[in-house]
Design a protein around this ligand. Structure first.
Ligand code: GLU
Length: 384
């Protein structure tokens, strides 16, 4: 594909607040800008895990006015573990059955997933032979069953770890189960960030920081091939490959919650158009030291490539002409999806400049992987 962009939203909460489903729904609303076609939440009640899904937009959904407010959560509204997902369908049509969260038959495992499980058909067949029954057409449901299969002989944490090792492709997953009070998050290629709440024992998990910025500005970044288990007020991190425990730094973000929201504007697009004046100003006012550094890298490189997809790709195209005409420097442009065609020319002396608005564009990330495998230097320009 020329523009492969999967940016669904994930949000989870574990903490002392009793209205976890409401917090999750508000969090999903803040991730709306990522685009989605359906959404759903799962939340733990005293004895069960409840799942609620809808096709379409989360828009004005008000949990207090919905049947979720009394019927499902219970009058006491005690619920402090919940997670939600806004889906951008890749496998299986847009319908309730395919909407996340996905659960195994007796809700042993409940899961939300962002990304693509490339070898899911193979794994699905093996699991079917072992008696697993599937109710959706998604790749995601297979992950839930795969974890459950491991969970027959391992604890939940190890089961997630073992399952992730079998997933080819990019993913961000969050898992809960009926039996435990854990929230387990894991990622490879798709973003997941842990927010450390202001209250004692309070944690958030989200695809992007603005989703929980109204609650906290303290974050811990989950990196690729890492996993985080949130339980009893602690968050423990592991490396999936080596099984080693990881100590994370808590980073304080100084963004303003409002700047990440629609504010007075009806749509994000109108907001972006109205902000162009400031955006252009910020774009032009770059740190000259950094510009100098990049210029030096280009000068020293033996072949420079500008790589991007969609609009970011167009930016690279324009830059190719500007470099040729103004800087008198030959620079190659490539769409992320086509970069592998240049593979034979990439060496440790090459320079790859990747441009991406989200920093999550799958084809561009793949180009970076190719470049790195050849030992080339990579400069990433994100959020253009
Ligand atoms: N591949 C999954 C699905 O189609 C997840 C898509 C997403 O990231 O929203 O359900």
């Amino acid at each position: 594909s020329f523009l492969m962009k999967i940016m669904c939203g994930i949000f989870a909460y574990s903490g002392p607040k009793q209205n976890a489903p409401e917090i999750v729904i508000e969090g999903l609303k803040k991730l709306e800008y990522r685009g989605y076609d359906s959404w759903g939440i799962a939340f733990k009640t005293a004895k069960d895990v409840k799942i609620y899904k809808e096709v379409g937009k989360i828009g004005e959904f008000d949990i207090k006015k919905s049947k979720l407010s009394i019927g499902e959560i219970g009058n006491e509204r005690e619920c402090n573990i919940a997670m939600g997902h806004s889906r951008w369908a890749t496998h299986g049509e847009v319908n309730i059955k395919n909407t996340h969260p996905h659960a195994t038959e007796k809700k042993e495992i409940i899961l939300v997933h962002n990304g693509i499980f490339e070898n899911y058909l193979e794994v699905k067949k093996t699991l079917e032979k072992k008696g697993h029954k599937f109710t959706s057409n998604t790749d995601t449901e297979v992950i839930a069953h795969l974890i459950q299969e491991h969970n027959k002989t391992h604890n939940l944490e190890d089961s997630v770890k073992l399952a992730t090792k079998e997933i080819e492709g990019r993913y961000a997953i969050v898992v809960i189960s009926k039996e435990s009070d854990q929230i387990i998050a894991a990622r490879k290629g798709s973003p997941l960030i842990i927010g450390v709440g202001k209250e004692k024992n309070e944690y958030f998990v989200a695809s992007d920081i603005p989703a929980f910025l109204s609650h906290t500005n303290k974050v811990m970044y989950l990196d690729d091939n890492q996993m985080c288990t949130i339980e009893k007020g602690t968050a423990e991190f592991f490396d999936i490959k080596t099984n080693e425990k990881i100590t994370k730094r808590i980073i304080e973000i100084d963004w303003k919650a409002e700047s990440a929201e629609k504010g007075e504007f009806a749509h994000f697009m109108i907001k972006e158009i109205m902000e162009q004046k400031d955006t252009l100003y910020r774009a032009i006012n770059q740190d000259p030291v950094i510009i100098e550094k990049v210029a030096k890298e280009i000068k020293n490189a033996y072949g420079t490539y500008l790589v991007g997809c969609g609009t970011a790709g167009k930016v690279c195209m324009v830059a190719e002409y500007l470099f040729a005409r103004i800087a008198k420097k030959h620079i190659n442009f490539s769409f992320g999806s086509e970069f592998s065609n240049h593979e034979d020319f990439i060496t440790s002396k090459s320079l790859i400049i990747c441009v991406s608005q989200s920093g999550e564009t799958a084809d561009t990330l793949e180009a970076i992987e190719i470049a790195k495998s050849k030992g080339a230097k990579v400069i990433s320009i994100v959020n253009v």
